[in-house]
Ligand binder design. Structure first.
Ligand SMILES: Cc1ncc(COP(=O)(O)O)c(C=O)c1O
Length: 385
């Protein structure tokens, strides 16, 4: 362990195997996983179709170089364009890199169409990644003083405050970048009217509307893309996490009017390689299969009903979110304690805020796993809330 760079306070266990909603450590201990690699394993751990897709693809072609088309680059970008209604797709290795691409694309578009405008309006408590530009774009408390100097060109306004957005628009503004549900910020869905008015405002002012769905896309919210709950369409959309079902891949999508990269503006050694896109293809087939979204809704309702029935006992003051991106809020700052005790009770949960527990289980969650959650969380919260 001493040679692993210590960037996180990891418990002294080693995760060795995963299947569906469960993980096993080096002592053979099982964990009900309601984090799923921070919502990346949308089909659970090691789903059979991803194993098959990777096994098959690794014997055919792993990486011909991004300088060439490959069959999956063509078919998966077509599927994503058709599902989202956007036109062009650029595959990246992480959500941060997809957002970095969105920022570059907006700046390039501003250079061409808005007299060099480059500023992007983002929101307090937003999270867009850990590269320098995406950290600069994020509104995570405490990040404003880290790794100075920051990348300039981001103006932050309070989340879901339309007047604040309007007031922040200047001739330098090129885009607004939004998470329709703030994930890392504590699972906060933006109000319906705000998202619709913001879309109208960006259109009136001639600005690009960028939606970061790295966390909320790919059926996590119960719709293929969370912005569909709001009946709006972005000009630029970023996807990640669930897109590869645990395999590292993300994507930047754009409408053709703002898809202005010229040759050489954007790229990367691993972008669009067929190995990772075989996983994306398997994920897209799974989430578009008949009944998949209905099942996410059904199990979301079951989980929310359970939480509501246990609210007093567990000390939950609010349950919020959409689909299988849910949060339980507590009166006191007990989330870190719950995460720690959950681990010792074989339950993996996450604390995006001191009083918030976030749940992002496999989208293939079952009723018996919800019952298992009930048992393990009931044990976990005893003596805490
Ligand atoms: C909304 C959002 N954007 C971007 C990112 C960054 O993605 P990645 O960790 O793949 O770089 C995340 C990660 O949590 C996220 O939730």
């Amino acid at each position: 362990m001493k040679h692993v760079m210590p960037i996180a306070d990891r418990p002294p266990i080693i995760m060795q195997r995963g299947a569906g909603s469960y993980l096993w450590d080096n002592n053979g201990r099982d964990y009900l996983d309601f984090v799923q690699g921070w919502a990346v394993n949308c089909l659970g751990h090691c789903p059979p179709e991803i194993i098959t897709a990777l096994t098959h693809q690794s014997s055919q072609l792993i990486n011909p170089s991004p300088a060439f088309y490959n069959p999956l680059m063509l078919s998966v970008s077509t599927q994503l364009a058709q599902l989202s209604g956007l036109d062009h797709v650029f595959f990246t290795n992480s959500g941060a890199e997809a957002n970095e691409g969105a920022i570059k694309l907006a700046r390039k578009w501003g250079g061409i169409h808005r007299d060099g405008a480059y500023e992007i309006i983002t929101f307090t408590h937003s999270f867009h990644g850990r590269t320098l530009a995406t950290m600069s774009a994020s509104g995570k408390p405490g990040w404003d003083t880290l790794f100075e100097p920051k990348v300039p060109g981001f103006v932050k306004v309070p989340y879901a405050d339309l007047d604040a957005v309007d007031a922040a628009i200047t001739p330098r503004t090129v885009a607004v970048m939004l998470e329709v549900i703030q994930g890392e910020g504590g699972v906060i869905p933006a109000p319906h009217s705000f998202v619709q008015s913001l879309r109208r405002l960006t259109q009136q002012k001639g600005l690009l509307f960028i939606i970061d769905e790295v966390q909320t896309g790919i059926a996590r919210s119960g719709a293929l893309f969370a912005h569909q709950h709001y009946q709006v369409q972005p000009d630029i959309l970023t996807l990640g996490k669930g897109l590869g079902g645990g395999v590292p891949v993300a994507a930047l999508l754009a409408k053709d009017q703002c898809s202005v990269f010229e040759y050489g503006d954007q790229g990367g050694t691993y972008n669009g390689n067929p190995l990772v896109l075989a996983a994306v293809n398997a994920v897209l087939q799974a989430i578009t299969a008949e009944g998949f979204l209905a099942s996410v809704h059904h199990h979301s309702n079951q989980l929310q009903t359970l939480i509501a029935s246990r609210a007093t006992e567990w000390g939950v003051t609010e349950c919020r979110g959409m689909g299988l991106l849910l949060a339980m809020q507590f009166k006191q700052d007990v989330a870190a304690q719950l995460v720690k005790k959950g681990l010792s009770n074989g339950l993996l949960i996450n604390a995006p805020r001191p009083n918030v527990i976030r749940l992002m289980p496999s989208l293939r969650l079952t009723e018996s796993e919800i019952q298992d959650f009930d048992m393990r969380f009931s044990l976990t919260q005893q003596g805490i809330s």
